[in-house]
Design a protein around this ligand. Structure first.
Ligand code: ACO
Length: 428
């Protein structure tokens, strides 16, 4: 028998059904609440509001669990290829060899971007933030593929848009980087795997061939997998919300990129490294910065710490920390920033303020140190996050469409002025 919750309001008692997910998560279904009671719910920041039923990603913030389509994140990060994980997220199952080869080959076919895109990218100032250019460039892809504007496209057309996005994002990102440096653009080399090709486009020069270091490829693959989806976070919710108006996939992903940009979301990875550099330049006194983070009169927050849902530990942070140690050791890099990060982590994890508020290092705390070791500039960190998150956004958009979810349109409690008459300007 299904459970119900009783809501007493005035003289009446309303019965609200309880929905149970496959991991035993429970939710009160309030779909008919307003019709039956005249009430709405109020939950700023959606801290207690489920916006959808989803079968893509499961996470349990208390236990530090993260699964993509049921597979634990540590197993995927250890054994899988990023494109295999992309297929899993988007189509629901791990691909067999034939499905994987076909998916990869289709992606390789679409890695080039229209030559006009070069003019688009080069029209930006060299110091433009890459997230701004990327969001505009992704949205503008819809102009090159007008068939993607059809919200009721056939599955084949939708699949083509999905493949184009996954194929073209590395090229766009590498070209945005090259523009910022004033360097010539590199074209994709399709015999290379996804990560190696990206590194080639980023770092090869006509004067010098870039040596693709396997440990760097391995770390990049892992980072992209760890960022690939995270259920109904700010950017995924944005993608679903924009897509719910039947906006095309390129526009929806561009909106997700904008949402990711903020320092409280994906932008945190850039902020973390800048914070660590600042602490280093300031003499490396981590105690001073911990005190600043605790001071309510100081706006400083310990970037890379805390998470809306992980209140135990972020399982991705554990994997990234180990990967960070591995990459730096293999590349023979000793980065004093890593020492500061470890000291800061230790200080925070033993401090009552952070313990009481359950603030732990999140996925962004160590990712920047790995990106730095790969020579990826700090301003590009959030763009790297977007590259990893792309399959998750696509999967969320696709699921929202397949579930035939209605247009997202929250309500509000109005607290402004009540009805009043217009006063002519001369009398104000
Ligand atoms: N440093 C210091 N104090 C913090 C931090 C931090 N990083 N994070 C939270 N707190 C404190 C808050 O001041 C608040 O204290 P109070 O209860 O005394 O007022 C308490 O912890 C709860 O914080 P909220 O902001 O209410 O928690 P919320 O769940 O809304 O925010 C967030 C989560 C945005 C991630 C927050 O922890 C934060 O700003 N962290 C730093 C930015 C960051 O690393 N973002 C990346 C998140 S991961 C991702 O998006 C991929």
């Amino acid at each position: 028998m299904s459970e119900i919750v009783e809501l007493k309001y005035g003289e009446n008692v309303y019965k609200l059904p309880v929905i149970t997910g496959t991991e035993d998560e429970k939710a009160i279904n309030i779909a008919k609440l307003r019709d039956e009671t005249g009430l709405i719910t109020l939950d700023t920041g959606y801290k207690n509001t489920g916006a959808t039923s989803s079968s893509i990603t499961f996470l349990d913030g208390e236990k530090g669990i993260l699964h993509y389509r049921g597979y634990p994140i540590d197993q995927l990060a250890e054994h899988a290829d990023f494109l295999e994980v992309a297929y899993l997220l988007i189509y629901g199952e791990l691909p067999n060899k034939e499905q994987f080869d076909s998916f990869v080959n289709k992606i390789k076919k679409h890695t080039l971007i229209h030559e006009n895109t070069k003019q688009f990218i080069t029209s930006y100032p060299a110091n433009a933030h890459p997230m701004g250019i990327l969001a505009s460039a992704v949205c503008s892809l819809s102009s090159f593929y007008p068939e993607s504007l059809n919200p009721y496209a056939e599955k084949e057309d939708e699949d083509l848009t999905i493949v184009r996005l996954i194929a073209k994002l590395p090229t766009l990102i590498a070209w945005i980087y090259k523009m910022s440096k004033g360097h010539p653009f590199n074209y994709p080399v399709n015999k290379l795997d996804y990560c190696s090709n990206f590194l080639h486009m980023m770092f090869s020069m006509p004067t010098e061939e870039y040596h693709i270091e396997p440990v760097v490829v391995e770390a990049l693959n892992k980072l992209l997998i760890l960022h690939a989806d995270h259920e109904q976070n700010c950017s995924a919710s944005t993608v679903r919300m924009v897509g719910s108006s039947k906006a095309n996939l390129y526009a929806s992903i561009a909106a997700g990129i904008c949402a990711l940009w903020g320092p409280l979301h994906g932008g945190a990875n850039q902020e973390v490294l800048e914070m660590l550099e600042k602490i280093k330049a300031d003499g490396g006194d981590t105690k001073k910065w911990i005190a600043k983070a605790k001071d309510k009169n100081d706006n400083f927050r310990l970037m890379g710490f805390g998470h809306r849902v992980y209140k135990n530990f972020d399982p991705r942070a554990k994997i990234i920390k180990a990967a960070c140690d591995h990459v730096l050791a293999k590349l023979g890099i000793h980065d004093p920033i890593l020492d500061i990060a470890k000291e800061l982590e230790h200080a925070a994890l033993t401090d009552d303020y952070f313990i009481e508020r359950k603030l732990y290092p999140n996925v962004d705390f160590y990712s920047g140190i790995i990106y730095k070791a790969m020579n990826i500039p700090v301003e590009m960190f959030t763009v790297m996050f977007a590259l990893g998150r792309l399959p998750g956004w696509i999967a969320q958009w696709k699921e929202m469409n397949e579930n035939k979810e209605p247009i997202g349109r929250p309500r509000q409690v109005y607290v402004g002025k009540t009805n009043r008459d217009y006063v002519p300007m001369a009398k104000r």
